[in-house]
Ligand binder design. Structure first.
Ligand SMILES: Nc1ncnc2c1ncn2[C@@H]1O[C@H](COP(=O)(O)OP(=O)(O)OP(=O)(O)O)[C@@H](O)[C@H]1O
Ligand SMILES: [Mg+2]
Length: 291
């Protein structure tokens, strides 16, 4: 396994009247090549958890181990962990500061000592990996770009470190449907082509269905569910209990199930169509479905 989170607890402003316990005894493991979605209500601890994965936060109890190294280390070993596990923050464009897209994407590898042609090749690769045209955009200010492009620059600026794990905190928040689809497709390509491990924090069930194989749900700082995405999507009441709204696609499947058709929860519209063809139409019964 690549990342081990063992019995981790974390409290903000500990030992003050304002203390907030954000994580309580959280344990999970992430293997190379996996694609994991972290879900849960607002304030349940998702961002706090993902900031533990690259040593940005260290546990007050328990431990986090990345590729065999405890994140409490300092110096070069900590830098190595940060390079292996690239973290893209919630609304990352708020933290951009360089004058050009090139400099923004080059910032982290430059700090790692990459320079000259290798640096240029690295920046080109990272930009193209997220679908940004290198020649057309490299000299632009990041602030001249659209929201979707800016978000992709932010992801490229982490990818340029060549991380093994990409952790994205709400990567599609605030994007229009086109920007969202483009970004998710690029992430899928990165998984397929480079075997990148992806950890995705999301509120959006459709994004989760497109990207994740496994779902971890947090509730008030604890792990409430950890299992395959299809297993999570199988029970509407459980999703709602955790504050997660089923997508229209899943709702359609749940409505059919409520009427006695044993359709499996679909991840794509095509899957729902096939389920309907196999399990509903085959019975040749007229069914009235209210959506
Ligand atoms: N810097 C901070 N100082 C104090 N409390 C904090 C801080 N950051 C987060 N918290 C609190 O810790 C808890 C967990 O917050 P966290 O940001 O991890 O939740 P989240 O699941 O990412 O929420 P969201 O879905 O809104 O992004 C919340 O109660 C939050 O108010
Ligand atoms: Mg958050």
């Amino acid at each position: 396994m690549f990342i081990l989170v063992e019995n981790v607890s974390f409290t903000y402003l500990a030992n003050t009247p304002f203390a907030v316990q954000a994580l309580q005894g959280v344990s999970l493991t992430i293997s190379r090549g996996e694609s994991v979605a972290i879900l849960g209500r607002t304030g349940c601890g998702k961002s706090t958890l993902v900031q533990h994965l690259n040593g940005l936060l260290v546990p007050q109890e328990g431990r986090v181990v990345v590729d065999g190294v405890d994140t409490r280390v300092r110096g070069a070993a900590l830098k190595e962990i940060r390079q292996k596990v690239g973290l893209v923050f919630q609304y990352p464009e708020d933290q951009m500061f360089e004058e050009t897209v090139f400099r923004e994407v080059a910032f982290a590898p430059r700090n790692m000592g990459v320079e000259g042609e290798e640096l240029e090749a690295r920046v080109r690769w990272a930009m193209e990996a997220v679908g940004l045209n290198y020649e057309a955009l490299k000299d632009k200010s990041p602030f001249e770009l659209s929201g979707g492009q800016m978000r992709r620059v932010a992801i490229a600026s982490i990818l340029s470190m060549k991380p093994e794990v990409l952790v994205l905190d709400e990567p599609t928040a605030g994007l229009d449907p086109q920007g969202r689809t483009a970004l998710l497709e690029r992430l899928q390509d990165l998984r397929r082509q480079w075997g990148l491990t992806v950890v995705l924090v999301s509120h959006n069930v459709e994004d989760v269905a497109r990207i994740a194989e496994r779902v971890v749900v947090l509730e008030r700082g604890r792990v409430a569910f950890d299992g395959p995405v299809r297993e999570f999507f199988a029970y509407e009441h459980r999703m709602r209990q955790y504050g997660i709204i089923p997508s229209p696609l899943l709702r359609a499947a749940f409505l059919l199930r409520a009427r006695g058709f044993e359709v499996d929860p679909p991840l794509t519209p095509l899957e729902l169509y096939r389920e309907i063809e196999e399990k509903v139409l085959v019975r040749r019964k007229p069914c009235s479905v209210e959506v």
